[in-house]
Design a binder for this molecule. Structure first.
Ligand SMILES: [Cu+2]
Length: 285
């Protein structure tokens, strides 16, 4: 089975620093009448007991789901439920379980709850609760993952981070991956961090006459259809300017990224050490 796009997506999203990760979807947007490729991401076991079985139920009106093979696990489908079993995922380990399904042509737009039953060697988690409108998601103990049925899928922002700054610094760098699941290009046009920066620009580093220089991209940057763009030290970055205070490791800063099509996306940027190359490279893969 081919999970071409998802493989690319997962490679860049699997280690995203998720706050109190429960069970989440790698690609949370699905389009009516189109094949939805996603994966559920398991963040932890049950009270330190490893996960040994996962059952995910998709809407009954959608096409029969198909799961990607996963080394060490057996996959079976019962109606619209996919069951992974026979493997072991340690409590502290993050796991992704990929699948795809055809979204019903007449699927109503909006959020759709997907129940997940996670069985561990000892105990289980029933991720079946729905977050009610107006309710703080943090108050819900076992929220089910939610797929958004949308007319066109939006760009996803993964692994956002800001680099800590030395005392007195007036600028800081911001980084993330942008993955565009849509068949149309999108464009990151601007960014802002009103709580800490007077203004923010989109920059690139480029060789000019043998030296690395930085230049502003006032038109922003295109995120190609079914493509991704990586912001990282030494390459594209967000440049936070007129800093109101230094950024220190461990802090987390709210930013807003504005895309042509996806609109304004609010993102929490954790602050990493001054020398940090980024979250991906800290992982021992
Ligand atoms: Cu810059």
């Amino acid at each position: 089975m081919h999970f071409r796009f998802l493989a690319a997506l997962a490679a860049f999203t699997s280690f995203a620093p998720l706050a109190s990760a429960h069970v989440t979807l790698v690609q949370p947007d699905a389009v009516p009448g189109q094949t939805w490729e996603s994966a559920i991401r398991i963040g932890h076991g049950c009270n330190s007991s490893p996960t040994i079985r996962i059952a995910l139920t998709l809407p009954a009106t959608w096409g029969t789901p198909q799961a990607a093979t996963k080394a060490g696990w057996t996959v079976e489908t019962q109606g619209s439920t996919i069951i992974w079993s026979g493997g072991t995922l340690a409590d502290g380990e993050k796991g992704e379980f990929a699948f795809k399904a055809l979204v019903a042509k007449d699927a109503p737009l909006g959020p759709q709850v997907l129940p997940v039953i996670q069985t561990c060697q000892t105990g289980e988690h029933r991720w079946i609760e729905r977050v009610q409108t107006g309710q703080d998601p943090k108050e819900v103990k076992s929220p089910a993952p939610v797929v958004s049925v949308v007319q066109s899928p939006r760009v996803q922002v993964s692994e956002p981070w800001l680099r800590a700054t030395p005392k007195g610094a007036k600028v800081a760098g911001g980084f993330a991956y942008f993955v565009n699941p849509a068949g149309e290009p999108d464009r990151l046009v601007s960014a802002s961090f009103p709580s800490i920066a007077g203004r923010t620009e989109i920059h690139e580093m480029a060789m000019a006459g043998g030296t690395m220089t930085m230049r502003a991209l006032p038109q922003g940057i295109a995120i190609p259809a079914h493509g991704r763009v990586e912001f990282k030290p030494g390459g594209f970055h967000l440049m936070l300017m007129d800093l109101k205070a230094p950024l220190s490791e461990g802090q987390s800063v709210e930013g807003t990224l504005v895309f042509d099509k996806a609109g304004a996306v609010n993102v929490k940027f954790p602050v990493m050490a001054i020398g940090a190359p980024g979250p991906v490279h800290q992982h021992k893969h």
